[in-house]
Design a protein around this ligand. Structure first.
Ligand code: SAH
Ligand code: SF4
Length: 357
């Protein structure tokens, strides 16, 4: 898949903004360049009208600027928009733009969350997930991660307020590039998004969670727990055999202590699999230990997979266990259900239709 990558010019944003060496040598040119990229979201050097033509030509000869090209934007009735991107090597990727619903989320109106991908495909093969169905293809580079945010900002007409690494791929399996992307996304020389508005979601790579705890910045961690016991987790998440709960929960504790931050458990509700009250009671124990809050997500069905979301009574029964235990657990009504907004679903549909470049 990455076979034709070496023939492509490097992406400018794979070099951190602080290390750019411009041929003009004038320091304010770098500032102008940054403004065009991070404030005006342009996708080509030619558009940077206040830069000398020779500098623009020189940059274009050396680098690519846009890492992703929008191929399709799919809107949902609830105004969630899913963007399918094509990368330089033809790989497909997706991001989801989610406007906050002021009445339901309690945010001021206009808040925008972007869900970004970190890899093409995923090697972790969680049974319920579309992203892992075709296996792992490659890691995204920092520029390809940041590129999704810049491309989405251009489409939305403004910078997203919140970023979540909940698209395709396992961010902690691509930690060096994700780390470099976080640096550009949060630094004042880059996009300047507050680290506390950035959430890294993981299926549970215990050693990398501990590594993440050492990286500076007040970003958040979401753990895709999806089961309270090893027995259930083993059935749906192969990663649990490598890092069972006995390793995973202490790693999360290290993160929570280092960052003094509350962790969130993501918990997809799968009918007759992980939706019984005994499982909820096991989750309560982990949540208490970590002071975690819990996001319950009714499963978004994936074509070709046998899993289903539970009915409303089962969802309410499950949530009730947390209420009684005094642990915060909200049911997240997944937005964009009608546009396959769960990770990997749109890409899968495109590839099945033979639209891969
Ligand atoms: N690999 C990371 C991040 C990407 S997945 C992780 O697993 O956390 C982001 C979230 O989407 C995870 O919590 C994942 O379990 C969830 N997810 C995957 N498929 C889903 C589906 N069909 N319906 C609802 N959530 C899903
Ligand atoms: Fe990969 Fe996350 Fe999907 Fe599991 S849920 S297969 S880790 S993207």
């Amino acid at each position: 898949m990455s076979g034709n990558l070496p023939t492509l010019k490097p992406l400018l944003l794979d070099t951190p903004p602080g290390e750019w060496k411009l041929s003009s040598g004038e320091p304010w040119r770098e500032k102008q360049l940054r403004e065009w990229i991070f404030q005006r979201f342009v996708s080509s050097f030619e558009e940077m009208s206040n830069l000398p033509a020779a500098l623009r030509a020189d940059l274009a000869a050396q680098y690519r600027l846009a890492a992703v090209e929008p191929l399709k934007i799919q809107g949902s009735a609830d105004t969630t928009r899913k963007i399918l991107w094509r990368l330089g090597d033809g790989s497909l990727l997706e991001s989801v733009l989610i406007p906050a619903n002021p009445s339901r989320d309690g945010h001021r109106s206009g808040r925008l969350t972007l869900c970004v991908s970190s890899q093409v495909g995923c090697a972790y093969g969680c049974r319920f997930c579309a992203s892992g169905l075709d296996g792992w293809r490659r890691n995204l580079t920092a520029a390809e991660i940041v590129g999704q945010v810049l491309g989405a900002a251009k489409i939305a007409g403004c910078r997203p307020d919140n970023l979540v690494f909940m698209g395709m791929g396992e961010p902690l399996a691509n930690l060096p590039r994700v780390r470099a992307a976080i640096e550009i996304l949060t630094s004042p020389e880059g996009l300047g998004i507050g680290a506390r508005h950035l959430t890294v979601s993981t299926s549970g790579l215990a050693p990398q969670i501990e590594e993440l705890a050492q990286i500076p910045g007040q970003f958040r961690l979401a753990l895709s727990l999806h089961a309270g016991t090893d027995e259930t987790r083993d059935k749906i998440m192969p990663v649990n055999r490598k890092y069972p709960l006995g390793k995973l929960i202490p790693a999360c504790q290290t993160f929570a202590r280092a960052k003094r931050k509350m962790i969130t458990f993501e918990y997809i509700l799968l009918k007759d699999l992980n939706d019984n009250p005994a499982e909820a009671r096991a989750v309560v124990r982990h949540a208490r230990r970590l002071h975690a809050k819990v996001n319950l997500i009714p499963y978004n069905t994936v074509e070709g997979l046998p899993y289903e979301r539970p009915g409303e009574p089962a969802i309410r029964r499950f949530q009730q266990v947390f209420r009684e235990a005094g642990v915060e657990a909200t049911v997240r009504r997944e937005k964009g259900h009608d546009i396959d907004a769960a990770c990997g679903q749109l890409r899968l549909r495109q590839e099945k239709a033979g639209l891969t470049a």
